[in-house]
Write a protein that binds this ligand. Structure first.
Ligand SMILES: [Zn+2]
Ligand SMILES: [Zn+2]
Length: 137
């Protein structure tokens, strides 16, 4: 448990209920750059603006970003790029509630993203996958 004491000290967090391998802790060391979810500015399908506080932004595990309406009516919960399902994109706080973490410190991407497949291709892709639950794709 000697390592354990050190890990808790490094993280400044004694709330872990079980030991976590040292490498995992190191990867999240607070002095290293923090990877943040990429908040893309628009729906890749209809180009609707999706600001960081949009309640209708949806993302796949690769951060492909669409509006809720397109996910439901056009994509049927199938990502046209990877075939995965979507979840609601969490809202990044506008105000710095904890040091260094808010939309000002980690601003949204300003690079608009657009579909790289044709609408026909996407429709066929989604038709192939929509009836397979996302956890089984
Ligand atoms: Zn859309
Ligand atoms: Zn995707």
């Amino acid at each position: 448990m000697r390592h354990w004491g050190r890990m808790a000290q490094i993280e400044g967090n004694s709330s872990f209920a079980f030991p976590i391998p040292f490498a995992m802790i190191c990867r999240n060391h607070p002095t290293r750059p923090r990877m943040a979810l990429q908040l893309r500015p628009n729906c890749e399908y209809c180009d609707k603006d999706l600001p960081p506080n949009a309640m209708d932004a949806r993302i796949c595990s690769y951060e492909c970003t669409f509006c809720a309406d397109c996910v439901e009516t056009k994509l049927h919960n199938v990502c046209p790029n990877c075939g995965g399902g979507f979840e609601r994109r969490p809202i990044r706080p506008a105000i710095e509630r904890r040091p260094g973490v808010c939309v000002v410190k980690h601003p949204p991407s300003d690079k608009r993203v657009h579909l790289k497949y044709s609408l026909e291709d996407i429709a066929a892709h989604c038709a192939r996958l929509r009836d397979i639950p996302s956890q089984e794709r």
